[in-house]
Design a protein around this ligand. Structure first.
Ligand SMILES: *[C@@H]1O[C@H](CO)[C@@H](O)[C@H](O)[C@H]1NC(C)=O
Ligand SMILES: *[C@@H]1O[C@H](CO)[C@@H](O)[C@H](O)[C@H]1NC(C)=O
Ligand SMILES: *[C@@H]1O[C@H](CO)[C@@H](O)[C@H](O)[C@H]1NC(C)=O
Ligand SMILES: *[C@@H]1O[C@H](CO)[C@@H](O)[C@H](O)[C@H]1NC(C)=O
Ligand SMILES: *[C@@H]1O[C@H](CO)[C@@H](O)[C@H](O)[C@H]1NC(C)=O
Length: 629
């Protein structure tokens, strides 16, 4: 990937002896038995049957290949460092300890006639060279390393198929088998949702077998998978403890946001809270959709509604086709579009499901969420002032009415309801109505400190606050430059719960300090700032993090699960390389928080309906009320 390439150039020859900081550790207790050959034959004590992590060129995914720092870092992760990749006749890379296969395999027995003379680097050598054999013909040869796609074959559109039985066959024949080609910044089959940890798990535990070792550019993630995430029982119930897992437009990392598929995915993947961003249709129905602009969420541009393009400066400066310009029935004709926030890096999401799923009315969302095993729901209200003044919709009122209609007005029997807004006026209005719902205020972007008086102001109307990730760990050019005190201030002075957003699996979305591994990022928000909740496109990653088997180990945790040294990477850049510029600190002031009250809803320009009993235009006249309760 371009980014890692640039990064290597940047760090090349600038890494100094930071190695002192990396103390050797004893092996962590292996929590599980692995179905490796040693595990199967019961050849080794329990903590020795785990697959081996072979670091390719040290930690070459992040540090320059074979640099001192790379090796030192990798060796602190209990990896096996030594491997040379040789090419077979058909171009498959295999890991061998010697160019001559007779030195490290039983090839002399399998192909006794295969010996040849070769001129290697000017020297005459005799033996067996991989370049003379196809991968298939080496399948019977022992200490073999196969590319990972050999075990889980990948389709031409980059989805994995059912694994082939090669690992079990090798083990039955008493042979070890290693898999190669792992990295955190490579191309992932879409099944792994850009999550490298999930990929390792399918090779060491979740597939019902375990390879005997993996060859990787990112040994930290492989060690993490083996030490703390193998054989987890993901159907275990959760107590909805911290950090709370809050979906971002449902499980929008895998399916188009705010569709039935995205919500089902979030629930299946263990979200504690599912979310709905309210938008209004022309016929007055509150719906869940991540954007008020249908261009961002649907194929409206290719539809007959494409002529409805307009600029509405109160909402955005660019042209859009807005939800309130189409009726609910019109919107239902459109096909949802999967979000790809990192498409600049050509990281697209789940193409087979790009246009799948169905959007939900708020009332449908509320019904759906009611019997699910969640701790709550979060409803987001934006643009309330515009909708009142220009469209005649009192969104706050529509939301509270829909909630009580769906039976959410009894907090003892239903999931907790959170109402979120960037606009304090929305929350102040609800507070004045003595709402029983939890009010969540979203801070502006680029804030990294808050004055006491602004926290006091927030305290008047909010129970919880959402901060941008970059307000917690300030970044510059992809490196963390420091940790702010914002979360601590809000938690202690304000006694507010603090949630951070938006967490994503794609490695380019997080700073280098977290080793291109989303689990490392989550772990640091938990260990270093005690974040109360994580808002994510990929609930599964957070849920799995919460279940890891190393949590209780305290200081005995493997290195991969300890906090990183914040700002440590930037310090390794020497003067030769320009240090990333430090962004100036922005302090939240009361004037950033206080807003004028919401305007009263103007006389409705369109007939107002409550949403849950609106007539359907496709109803026959005799049955125009078929949607009424
Ligand atoms: C590898 O095999 C060759 C030929 O059999 C032998 O000369 C050489 O010493 C061996 N190398 C090692 C490292 O065993
Ligand atoms: C590998 O071994 C199996 C079973 O011993 C045999 O049937 C097969 O022909 C062998 N394959 C090769 C390429 O030698
Ligand atoms: C990978 O995902 C595709 C598309 O969702 C699915 O058809 C396939 O079965 C998945 N592969 C595995 C091994 O689960
Ligand atoms: C996994 O957890 C579920 C729910 O707690 C439990 O019923 C099941 O027995 C567990 N499975 C294993 C293998 O422990
Ligand atoms: C969309 O709706 C707004 C508000 O009702 C209206 O001012 C605007 O003209 C509409 N745009 C189109 C293209 O119909």
């Amino acid at each position: 990937m371009v980014r890692s390439y640039c990064f290597c150039l940047l760090l090349l020859s600038t890494i100094v002896a930071v190695t002192v900081a990396i103390a050797a550790e004893e092996l962590p207790p292996a929590p599980t038995t692995f179905k490796t050959l040693n595990g199967k034959l019961d050849l080794a004590p329990l903590n020795r049957n785990a697959p081996l992590v072979i670091a390719k060129g040290g930690f070459s995914g992040i540090f320059p290949d074979s640099s001192e720092y790379a090796f030192a870092f990798a060796s602190s992760l209990h990896t096996s460092l030594w491997c040379d990749v040789q090419l077979t006749k058909d171009g498959v890379g295999i890991c061998l300890r010697d160019l001559l296969m007779q030195n490290c395999t039983d090839i002399t027995e399998i192909y006794p006639e295969g010996m040849k003379a070769y001129l290697i680097n000017g020297a005459q050598k005799t033996g067996w060279l991989p370049v003379d054999y196809n991968m298939a013909s080496l399948r019977n040869v022992t200490c073999i390393m196969v590319p990972k796609n050999y075990i889980w074959p990948v389709t031409s559109d980059n989805y994995i198929q059912l694994h082939i039985q090669i690992v079990q066959e090798a083990h039955n024949a008493g042979l070890e088998i290693y898999a190669s080609d792992f990295s955190n910044d490579g191309i992932f089959p879409y099944n792994y949702s850009y999550d490298p940890l999930g990929e390792y798990l399918s090779f060491v535990s979740d597939g019902g077998f375990s390879v005997d070792g993996v060859l990787t550019d990112f040994p930290l993630t492989a060690s993490e998978a083996i030490d703390c995430f193998s054989n987890l029982n993901t159907s275990r119930k959760t107590d909805h403890g911290n950090p709370l897992i809050i979906s971002h437009n449902g499980g929008s990392g895998d399916y188009p946001g705010c569709t039935d598929l995205a919500y089902e995915n979030a629930v299946r993947d263990g979200a504690d809270v599912i979310d709905c961003s309210i938008q209004m249709t022309k016929d007055g129905i509150p719906i869940c959709m991540s954007s008020i602009d249908l261009l961002a969420t649907t194929d409206v541009q290719q539809s007959k509604f494409c002529s409805l393009l307009s600029v509405i400066p109160e909402i955005q400066s660019k042209k859009g086709i807005f939800t309130f310009n189409l009726t609910w029935d019109d919107i239902n004709i459109l096909r949802p579009k999967i979000s790809s926030p990192l498409s600049d890096y050509v990281m697209l999401r789940n193409p087979r499901y790009t246009n799948h799923g169905k959007f939900l009315k708020l009332s449908e969302f509320l019904t759906y969420a009611k019997d699910k095993e969640l701790s709550g729901i979060m409803i987001t209200i934006e643009n309330a002032a515009f909708m009142a003044a220009s469209l005649g919709f009192d969104v706050v009122d529509l939301v509270t009415t829909a909630l009580s209609h769906a039976g959410y007005n009894n907090p003892t029997t239903t999931n907790e309801v959170m109402i979120q807004s960037r606009h304090s006026a929305v929350l102040v209005k609800l507070k004045q109505q003595k709402t029983q719902y939890k009010l969540v205020y979203t801070l502006p972007l680029n804030i990294d400190d808050a004055s006491d008086s602004s926290v006091a102001e927030i305290n008047k109307f909010a129970d919880a606050v959402i901060v941008d990730r970059k307000s917690v760990f300030v970044e510059s050019s992809g490196f963390i430059v420091r940790k702010t005190n914002l979360v601590k201030e809000l938690q202690s002075a304000g006694r507010l719960a603090v949630y951070a957003q938006v967490f994503r699996n794609e490695f380019v979305s997080s700073p280098w300090d977290f080793f291109s591994d989303e689990t490392v990022e989550i772990n640091n928000y938990v260990l270093l700032v005690h974040i109360d909740g994580i808002i994510t496109d990929f609930p599964k990653t957070v849920r799995r993090y919460k279940m890891n088997s190393c949590t209780g180990l305290g200081d005995g945790k493997p290195r991969s699960m300890k906090a990183v040294e914040i700002g440590g990477l930037v310090q390794t850049l020497q003067d030769k390389v320009r240090r990333p510029a430090r962004a100036p600190a922005l302090v939240l002031k009361p004037s950033d928080v206080v807003e004028p009250p919401l305007p009263a809803a103007a006389a409705a320009a369109v007939p107002k309906t409550t949403g849950y009993s609106s007539p359907r235009s496709d109803c026959s006249s005799s049955c125009c009320c078929c949607n009424c309760n």
